[in-house]
Design a protein around this ligand. Structure first.
Ligand code: PLP
Length: 391
């Protein structure tokens, strides 16, 4: 039986996998200890769990467990990577290179540094949201403290050429940070193969709990330096003080373990559902197109422009389907999405774009229901638009 409403907003957050919840449960009750308590069994159990699940997180991205710094989420990881690097280099290097399509936690961290005298260089993106690696080659210099470019875009799904970007940064000895929140657990990500020095990701975008994330910090070849942004008891090798969220970390690690086993099959399933959805609505509707790159994209993220169908009206008319326009973080604001703006969409195209997100628990039945519903509602909203035009 189809249950309504249908969740199609997997880029905002993902449902918690039941297996993840089961792994977490004991750490809320019997095994409640503080992982930093060295003098008794309660602490030892918690510390042991953190060690075990940290190594599962490391396993997913191909690094050593001690290169994983546990945080409260990708927002904090992005702040630590960017502000921490800038502060470390602040005397000698004053330039940070990033992209206008980044998540607000990257862009706002950069704005805050701009007020402190840093130069923020924004690379151009083309109409698909891709950077030009030649431009990066031209602007990266001895004054550059950090390059921060996301792996998969959260609004349009475009995948940047991360491996090549990392190689360019390596050649120039500039640390490379990537916000891989929408990539880890969904497409293969290996920090060594992809030449990544710093990488942010978070549990709740990959079927884990909210409030737990990680920053990968390269410790060898070469070791990456940054200044901690939260001081205190010296947890996480001094990079991030604060009592560890043990149940959250266990859940994060379990989510990583499941991804290692299921990612490739799941990717194929999501791709086929996404194609089924787009084919379905394309047969029923004209005047629509996909925002973002046609091939270099994560298929679970389908941002579609339905010309002449205002996204707000459209979403109101189909409450049975949970989707979003723009990113969830700015859904309170009426401002058009900075990502759609950056890929040079026209004003009316920005106002008529919505994002469908598919994932682990999306079913064929949900897709088929959504195809019918979306087609019906887009036609209805376009009808209203045309009646208004005629008056
Ligand atoms: C969700 C998201 C974030 C923020 O992650 P939190 O763990 O919710 O702080 C950062 N970057 C991208 C690309 C995201 O999709």
């Amino acid at each position: 039986m189809l249950k309504l409403p249908i969740y199609m907003d997997y880029q905002a957050t993902t449902p918690l996998d039941k297996r993840v919840l089961d792994a977490m449960m004991p750490y809320f009750t019997d095994r409640f200890g503080n992982a930093a308590s060295k003098s008794h069994e309660f602490g030892w159990y918690a510390e042991k769990a953190v060690g075990l699940y940290r190594s599962k997180i490391a396993g997913l991205i191909g690094c050593e467990p001690n290169e994983i710094i546990l945080t409260s989420g990708a927002t904090e990881s992005n702040n630590l990577a960017i502000k921490g690097s800038a502060e470390y280099y602040s005397r000698k290097k004053k330039k940070i290179i990033t992209v206008p399509t980044e998540h607000s936690s990257v862009l706002d961290s950069c704005s805050s540094l701009a007020k402190k005298g840093f130069e923020i260089y924004l690379l151009k993106v083309d109409k698909f949201g891709l950077i030009d690696t030649d431009e990066l080659r031209n602007v990266i210099d001895d004054n550059t403290a950090l390059v921060s470019i996301m792996t998969v875009n959260n609004e349009i799904g475009t995948i940047q050429p991360v491996e090549e970007i990392g190689r360019i940064c390596n050649e120039k000895n500039v640390p490379f940070h990537t916000d891989a929140t929408q990539a880890v657990g969904k497409i293969p990500v290996n920090v060594n193969k992809m030449n990544i020095d710093l990488m942010s990701f978070t549990a709740h975008k990959m079927y884990g709990p909210k409030g737990t994330g990680a920053l990968y910090i390269r410790s060898r070849g070469p070791k990456v330096k940054l200044v901690p942004q939260i001081d205190g008891g010296g947890h996480e090798r001094g990079f991030r003080s604060g009592t560890l969220n043990v149940p959250g970390i266990v859940g994060f690690g379990k989510a990583c373990e499941i991804s290692i086993q299921e990612m490739s099959a799941e990717y194929e399933m999501i791709k086929s559902l996404s194609e089924r959805f787009y084919k379905g609505i394309s047969l029923k509707l004209d005047d629509l197109f996909i925002n973002g790159h046609p091939e270099k994209r994560f298929p679970g993220n389908l941002n579609i422009c339905f010309k002449q169908a205002d996204s707000g009206t459209l979403m109101m008319s189909m409450k049975e389907i949970a989707i979003s326009s723009g990113s969830a973080c700015s859904s309170e604001a009426v401002e058009p999405s900075h990502v759609l703006k950056a890929i040079s969409l026209k004003d009316d195209e920005m106002r008529t774009s919505v994002r469908f997100g598919f994932g682990r628990f999306t079913t064929v039945e949900e897709i088929d229901y959504a195809v019918e519903k979306v087609a019906e509602c887009v036609k209805r909203v376009r009808g209203i638009f045309n009646r208004v035009l005629q008056k």
